[in-house]
Ligand binder design. Structure first.
Ligand SMILES: [Zn+2]
Length: 371
């Protein structure tokens, strides 16, 4: 992994490069940010840069023996540590290296659900157990031959307290030239004793343009649709993947949304009841997801109504519907439509009767559309 393989984050790359080039790299670095922005890739690119024997233009060369070892996850001085499921008396990540390499290859943006499925337990609660710290020390000692030893730890927030206490010593009094790169989705849950001893680097959300590039390339999707999805991905490649993989569901939501608005406009109350039952049939999570989709569509149509359609993020199909529909969403109803939707989500969350709640909402839409 080279810095140039990672989309965006130029400021972070610059800062890390400067730390290495000026030999000011701390013993423990904490790279944090929301899931799916490329933190693990950054950690790997940094380790490869540190080890590269032929750095050029602020990046690793990608072809020296060290870079080649990094590419195949076999670099002798790079040790991965990550949450695993409890097995027997000793549970350490070194035992799961094969699955780990597969994970890094298949899911470079570190989809936690994918890791669970590779561990053969989608409901598992993997952790970094107490034995891990001794094993990290063993691995460092075993390979120590003067090179810079780097431990890349994924999700330090899943480290057990006993493990953290032992690891603390290693961070405070490093063995030889060893260093830690911790990669966290949730730095506030990292034990304070560890957290306070790290230098922090935050990776922010990726810009929509960068996400759209990714979608366009990976899924060969037209630019316009890629941008619309990128906007919904909230700066995360993992969210973008999720959105793309759920396009069919999105189409279903659009159909339901259009039907609601048409039936409400025509005051077809009996058919609205059928509609409400259908939405309720999506189940609790499905209904909530659909209502969140409605919120997005109401917002987008209001923006359209304001005449700033350049700010719109709609797919081709959504845009087609909005062409006529946008004139029904205006200053007189947008706030109440929004708060009604939010209240409906709250009611469904509270396990209310979804059929009644959805029907009640649909009937209110009749009045709101006439304002
Ligand atoms: Zn190299």
């Amino acid at each position: 992994m080279r810095f140039s393989d990672i989309p965006g984050h130029e400021g972070v790359k610059e800062r890390l490069r400067a730390l290495v080039d000026s030999d000011r790299m701390p013993h423990a670095l904490l790279i944090h940010g929301r899931p799916g922005v490329g933190k693990m890739s950054m950690a790997r690119a940094l380790a490869q840069y540190i080890h590269c024997t032929n750095r050029q233009g602020g990046d690793s060369c990608g072809c020296c023996p060290s870079c080649l070892q990094h590419r195949s996850f076999n670099h002798i001085d790079t040790h991965y540590s990550f949450p695993v499921l409890k097995k027997g008396s000793e549970t350490v990540s070194d035992d799961e290296l094969d699955r780990w390499r597969r994970f890094l290859t298949e899911s470079p943006y570190m989809n936690f659900g994918h890791w669970l499925s590779l561990l053969d337990n989608v409901n598992g609660q993997p952790a970094i157990y107490v034995e891990e710290s001794a094993d990290i020390m063993r691995r460092i000692n075993l390979t120590s031959h003067g090179g810079r030893q780097i431990v890349i730890m994924w999700l330090p927030e899943r480290m057990r307290v006993e493990c953290a206490n032992k690891l603390l010593k290693l961070i405070e009094e490093p063995l030889g030239d060893s260093m830690f790169i911790l990669v966290s989705n949730d730095p506030e849950s990292v034990l304070p004793t560890i957290y306070s001893r790290t230098q922090r680097v935050e990776m922010l959300r990726l810009p929509d343009e960068a996400i759209a590039d990714y979608i366009e390339q990976k899924y060969s999707m037209p630019r316009h649709d890629a941008l619309a999805l990128a906007h919904l991905a909230d700066g995360s490649i993992l969210q973008a993947d999720y959105r793309v993989q759920n396009i069919e569901r999105q189409q279903q939501y659009l159909d339901l949304f259009m039907r609601l608005m048409r039936l409400a406009y025509q005051k077809r109350v009996a058919e609205l009841r059928v509609w409400a039952n259908e939405v309720a049939g999506l189940g609790r999570e499905g209904s909530i997801e659909f209502l969140a989709y409605c919120l997005e569509q109401i917002r987008e149509n209001f923006i359209y109504h304001l005449g700033v359609s350049s700010l719109n993020y709609l797919t081709v199909d959504e845009g087609r519907f909005a062409q006529n529909f946008h004139r029904f969403i205006n200053e007189r109803n947008v706030l109440e439509l929004t708060s009604r939707l939010e209240k409906t989500i709250t009611d469904i969350r509270a396990n209310g009767n979804a059929k009644i709640i959805m029907y009640d909402f649909a009937v209110r839409v009749i009045m709101l559309l006439r304002r």
